[in-house]
Design a protein around this ligand. Sequence first.
Ligand code: ZN
Length: 326
Amino acid sequence: MSETTHGPGARGARGPGVHGIHHVTAIAGDAQANLDFYTGVLGLRLVKRSVNQDAPTTYHLFYADAAGTPGTDITFFPWPEMGPGRPGAGLAGEVSFAVPAGSLAWWSDRLDRHAVARDAVETRFGEATLPFADPHGLRLALVETPEDRPFAVWPGSPVPPAHQLRGMHAVRLVVRDAAPSARLLTDVLGFAAVGEDGGWARYAAAGGGSGTLVDVRAAPEARLGAWGTGVVHHVAWRVPDDAAELAVRAAVIGAGLRPTEPIDRFWFRSVYFREPGGVLFELATDGPGFARDEAADHLGERLILPPWLEPRRTEIEAALPRLREG
Ligand code: ZN
């Protein structure tokens, strides 16, 4: 055991820690195709229709359970002009979602009926897993879990409640050298190593379970990945509140990394940094949440801008493609 020193604000040798996946953000191609797939095929709810706060003439679309429960949320920047990304080292490679035990036969049939490119069901870490890709090439998987996760049924979904996605299950990271990434996860972010399977090392936050998992594979010879359509932009980890976010941020600085200042994303506060393998991580607070600026039963119906972009609404709306909802 080596002594670990953290910056001011950190508590204990393992750091204050994160408590699971908050959201994953990926780059999509055409916005309409993205919306049709995530709501019409996977049955998620569009809980927020907004813009990329750093490039506000691009949408930022958020899909989740009915309530936008933290950990159920996958978000996209539809950026067709970027061209396809290149999977590889330094990127998150696959996002998996939890589904109830016994659901994969139903889902295999549904993906086939919608002509979605999928693999056969395989077993990973003892869990039945169905890998597939979205229309822009993003690697996804559905994983059967008996766990009863916090989840709000979406009555508007084409997917029956018994088979609806329960939230993100795990993310996969590919890095050239796994040891520094593993040390960040365990010594700074509070993950525990919980097993290895098929060349992947699994880490779990906050006591483990669906929604707390990250799988890391060392690929020393892999070429570096590059952002573009069909790849993950960043993985956001849950922290309960601003104080916890600052404590984890201090621990990240103590580990020699360079996080941003906390940024107000309006629905949560965010800190970004690259982990040692190059993957962009975010810390995101659980609150205030998506119902801050829309009634919970009207989430996602209109374009929502954070207050500082509201004066540019006319210009922004004119630059965005129109979206039709199924
Ligand atoms: Zn984010």
